[in-house]
Design a binder for this molecule. Structure first.
Ligand code: ZN
Length: 365
């Protein structure tokens, strides 16, 4: 685990390749399972305790949190000395604020970005949902609108208020003629350039925007930089929130192992999964609890199924199959142990409650 903390600093300022992320994860999870069989898959292990996971660290998620944290600090402090170069680079695509609202593709952007910036933008694309509304579709940095295989950005036109595909259409969704467009927005460009840009807009996209303009009559508006209802640069958007969003994106399916938990309500299940973590118990006891509620405790029957062994008899009574239920509850030897524990607990309570008052002992018993 110490190894992961040492990786934070380099990951904060360098891109980490997918191959390296995979190697780090392999190393980390082999350590967790003590270099033995992994009984629970990684995607379940990285979930929160409440959701049935073990809060294990996925380096891909950790790297994503660090890269998104950088992106947020860049947005918050655009004029900082440290952001002069990123500002110049992203300024060629309308600035970071504008680019993040566009439906871009890193490989087709007009400027070649560093691997670090590309990775930060890829994590952004993972958490930011472009709720597609045709009339709000930006024409700039759009992955579907390309000239010479690159998406387009024209700063001069944007400064005149042109940024959406809808700006190239009239109120009936018909594409503006070159002269009409130049006159309307007070811009200068050749007919050839204008036509090539119009031609780059895919026909299905044009049709959708036309339908939208005709029916909704709403003027285009840029999307908000909101994720799960929270502004990206808001202080509520903590590392923990980013981590949870990334985990839900990377592994959206809930944990399916519901042995013993199937009998309980969802709130009780959450308590069973989480409360023991804060109890003053040794890590080994907590590990046993986690293995039991996830049905991966190595009973003889479990090992037989997993590794095709011959023996599955109970270690204590040697009569029945050593299943999880049998080992911890139904086995006679174990049952007498629990009875003794119960008696011992009751007696201890009696002594505690006694305090010289015999009536209290009677009531407690
Ligand atoms: Zn037994």
């Amino acid at each position: 685990m110490d190894s992961l903390s040492r990786l934070i600093y380099p990951a904060f300022s360098l891109p980490i390749s997918p191959k390296l992320i995979k190697s780090i994860n392999n190393l980390n999870f082999r350590f967790i399972w003590r270099d033995k069989c992994h009984y629970i898959k990684k995607n379940d292990m990285i979930k929160n305790y409440e959701e049935g996971g073990a809060n294990a660290i996925d380096f891909d998620v950790m790297n994503g949190v660090l890269k998104l944290k950088w992106l947020r600090s860049f947005i918050r402090n655009k004029n900082s000395f440290w952001n002069i170069i990123p500002n110049l680079i992203f300024g060629k695509m309308g600035g970071i604020d504008f680019l993040l609202r566009c439906d871009f593709d890193c490989s087709s952007l007009p400027v070649k970005l560093s691997a670090f910036h590309q990775q930060a933008l890829l994590y952004w694309k993972l958490i930011y949902k472009h709720n597609f509304t045709p009339h709000n579709t930006p024409i700039w940095n759009n992955r579907y609108i390309r000239l010479c295989r690159k998406s387009v950005y024209m700063d001069e036109w944007r400064s005149k208020g042109i940024w959406a595909v809808a700006h190239f259409m009239d109120e009936n969704g018909v594409l503006l003629k070159h002269e009409t467009f130049c006159e309307k927005f007070d811009v200068r460009c050749t007919t050839k350039r204008y036509k090539s840009l119009i031609k780059a807009i895919p026909v299905p996209l044009r049709s959708m925007i036309k339908e939208d303009i005709v029916h909704s009559k709403i003027s285009p508006g840029l999307r908000q930089l909101c994720i799960a209802g929270v502004e990206f640069d808001d202080s509520r958007f903590t590392n923990k929130v980013i981590r949870n969003i990334l985990i839900n994106e990377i592994c959206p399916n809930p944990v399916k192992r519901n042995y013993i938990l199937k009998e309980f309500e969802s709130m009780e299940v959450k308590a069973i999964r989480k409360k023991y973590i804060s109890l003053p118990l040794s890590p080994k006891v907590k590990e046993v609890h986690f293995k039991i509620i996830n049905e991966v405790y190595p009973t003889n029957e479990f090992l037989r199924q997993k590794f095709n062994l011959d023996v599955n008899a109970c270690t204590f009574c040697e009569n029945d199959i050593e299943s999880l239920d049998h080992l911890f509850f139904y086995c006679e030897s174990v049952h007498s142990f629990w009875t003794d524990v119960e008696l011992a607990t009751v007696q201890e309570n009696s002594v505690t409650t006694f305090n010289g008052d015999s009536n209290k002992i009677w009531n407690t018993c």
